[in-house]
Design a protein around this ligand. Sequence first.
Ligand SMILES: CC(=O)SCCNC(=O)CCNC(=O)[C@H](O)C(C)(C)COP(=O)(O)OP(=O)(O)OC[C@H]1O[C@@H](n2cnc3c(N)ncnc32)[C@H](O)[C@@H]1OP(=O)(O)O
Ligand SMILES: N[C@@H](CCO)C(=O)O
Length: 335
Amino acid sequence: MPIKIPDHLPAKEVLINENIFVMEEKVAFHQDIRPLRIAIMNLMPTKETTETQILRLLSNTPLQVEFELLHPATHQSKNTSKEHLNLFYKTFDEVADQQFDGMIITGAPVETMEFEDVTYWNELTRIMEWSKANVTSTLHICWASQAGLYYHFGVPKYPLSDKMFGVFPHRINKANVKLLRGFDEIFMVPQSRHTEVRREDLEGLPGLEILSESEEAGVYIAATTDGRQIFVTGHSEYDPCTLKWEYDRDVGKGMDIAIPHNYYPDNDPAKLPPITWRAHANLLFSNWLNYYVYQETPYDLSELKKQAELLPAAAAQHGRQAAVEAEAYDWGAGI
Ligand SMILES: CC(=O)SCCNC(=O)CCNC(=O)[C@H](O)C(C)(C)COP(=O)(O)OP(=O)(O)OC[C@H]1O[C@@H](n2cnc3c(N)ncnc32)[C@H](O)[C@@H]1OP(=O)(O)O
Ligand SMILES: N[C@@H](CCO)C(=O)O
C-alpha cells in the first residue's frame, strides 16, 4: 500500500528516489475502493496444489481479492476430477464477456512439446489476445511465460541439456522497478524446467524489458514497459517440498535426474530443505497486485474495453500522434 505524504514534505522527494511508493494527498483523496477481480487460468495437472500456492500469495495483501478459477475447455484433465472442476472452475467462454483487474496463467508440464501440439494452444492464444483488452495486468508463470513471450513477441524456447532444477540466486537488472520494490540485491528463486528463453532473443524487442536474471538460471522476469504483461520463468510460488516431490517422483521413475541445486542441506536428499525464497515470493505477488493491478486498473472495469477500442480508432483517424496520445490516456488514479 502507498504511504500518503503531504504534497510538499521534503521526505517525499527522498522516498520517491528510493523507489518507495508515495501517493500525493490529492490522488489519495480521489481513490475509490472495490475488491479486485483476478482470473486464474490453472493449466497445471495438480490443480489443487497450485490453487493453494497461488491463493496463499494473493492473500498476503490488505486488498480484497475475488478470484475466478479457469481451466481450458479444450483439454480433458486426467489428474483433476470432473467434480472438482465442475464445482470450482469455469471455462474461458463463460467469462469472455467480463473484464478482470488481473490474470494469472500458470505453468504446465508441456514445455518439451511444440506450442502448437498442446491441446489447448488455440484456446490459450484466444485468451492471451483477449487479455490485451480485458485485463489490466497478466502474470504468466513458467511455461505460460514461454507461451506468452512466443505468442506476443515471437520469442522461441530452447531445450536444455540438463533440467534447470533447484533454488538459484537472482539479481535485479534495472533500478526502481515497481515489481521489485523491497527486493534484496540478490534473492533466491526455485527453477524447475527443461527449456529456456534466451536474453539475446528478448533484448531489443520494442516495449519489452528484462527486469531480473540469474547467472546460472538465465532470464527470470521480463515485462512490457506498460506492465500489462509480465513473464516469470521461475516458481516463487512453490511450497518448501515441491522440488523434493518432483525429484522423488523422477527418481522413482528411474530417470537420470540431478539433485536440485542449493536445496537440500549438505546436498543430502534425506535432509529436509529449508525455504529460502518465501519472502520474495510474497513481495513479488503483493507488488504485482498493488502497483500493476490495483493502482492501474480503472474503478469501472468497462473502461478497459473503451480504452482498447480507442487506440485503433485514434490511430486510424489522426495517425500516429493520436495513437500515442490515446496510449497516454489517463486511466484515472486506479481504484
Ligand atoms: C515448466 C513449467 O511450467 S513447470 C510446471 C509444470 N509442473 C508440473 O506440472 C509438476 C506436477 N506435474 C507432474 O508431476 C506430472 O505432470 C503428473 C505426475 C501430475 C502426471 O504425469 P504423467 O502421468 O507422467 O503424465 P500424464 O500423461 O498424466 O500428463 C501429465 C499432464 O501433462 C499435460 N499434457 C500432456 N500432454 C499434453 C498435451 N498434448 N496438451 C496439453 N497438455 C498435455 C497435462 O497437463 C497432463 O495432465 P492433465 O491431463 O491432468 O492436465
Ligand atoms: N516443474 C516441472 C517441469 C516439467 O515441465 C516438473 O518437474 O514437473
